[in-house]
Design a binder for this molecule. Structure first.
Ligand SMILES: *Cc1c(COP(=O)(O)O)cnc(C)c1O
Length: 230
């Protein structure tokens, strides 16, 4: 695990990258939230984020996050950004403050039921395969409207917006196209469904500039903060 001093240094350069990207896009840095991704790192990674004043962390596996959360006293919110299997929906609704990776009506229904039983409202994002990547999870863009309508009809979910992951590619233009596509999908759905879908979670360590240019409101950053994962 890196030292807190190194973490702070990397965080400062990341804030500079975000500010520069916002400047080129004529956007306000305060409109882009940095979500530190602590997957594969120990609970100390979460403590670092909290100590630096970050409000939430992202984890991509339910079991790992539940375990880590039990070891942490840091006052942060936990967000699920990785694929969720339906048999883990209830655990996810119990232990996460928001689920960014919802990609089916079945999951929406299970999360809503679990949130209802817990007497809470669960914020969610819909993960859309905006890059048509065969290797990625996420709903197909053609199914997005059906998912939005389903989410809006469920009483214990709060639909905040959309999330995507760009396909792995040597061509940086691929990420840019994916993010622009998610933005266009969002604008279209917001108009048709009469809901703002204000959160656009897109961009990671390697492609956050392209994501911010396309309107990202949440960049999910792991390796640029904590180093390469093993
Ligand atoms: C791991 C992960 C990230 C962070 O990726 P880095 O390249 O390490 O910044 C972002 N989003 C999701 C969904 C991830 O699984």
């Amino acid at each position: 695990m890196i030292s807190f001093e190194l973490f702070e240094k990397r965080l400062a350069s990341l804030h500079e990258r975000i500010a520069a990207a916002c400047l080129s896009a004529s956007r306000k840095p305060s409109d882009v939230t940095l979500l530190p991704v602590t997957k594969t790192h120990p609970a100390a990674a979460v403590e670092y984020a909290a100590r630096a004043g970050l409000a939430a962390v992202g984890e991509n596996r339910v079991q790992e996050a539940v375990h880590k959360r039990s070891e942490c006293t840091a006052p942060v919110r936990w967000e699920l950004i990785g694929h969720l299997q339906s048999n883990k929906a209830k655990v996810a609704a119990t232990h996460f403050d928001r689920v960014q990776s919802v990609d089916s009506v079945k999951l929406l229904t299970l999360l809503d039921r679990a949130a209802g039983e817990l007497g809470r409202t669960l914020p969610v994002l819909l993960q859309i395969n905006a890059g048509h990547d065969p290797a990625k999870f996420g709903a197909e863009p053609e199914d997005a409207e059906r998912l939005v309508q389903a989410a809006l009809a469920l009483p214990h979910l709060r639909l905040d917006g959309l999330m995507t992951i760009a396909p792995l590619s040597d061509d940086p233009a691929v990420a840019g196209r994916t993010f622009a596509n998610l933005r266009a999908i969002r604008d279209d759905l917001a108009a048709r469904c009469g809901t703002p879908l204000a959160e656009l979670s897109m961009g990671m360590s390697g492609d956050l500039e392209a994501a911010i240019a396309a309107g990202s409101t949440c960049v999910r950053v792991g390796s640029a903060l904590y180093g390469e994962r093993e």
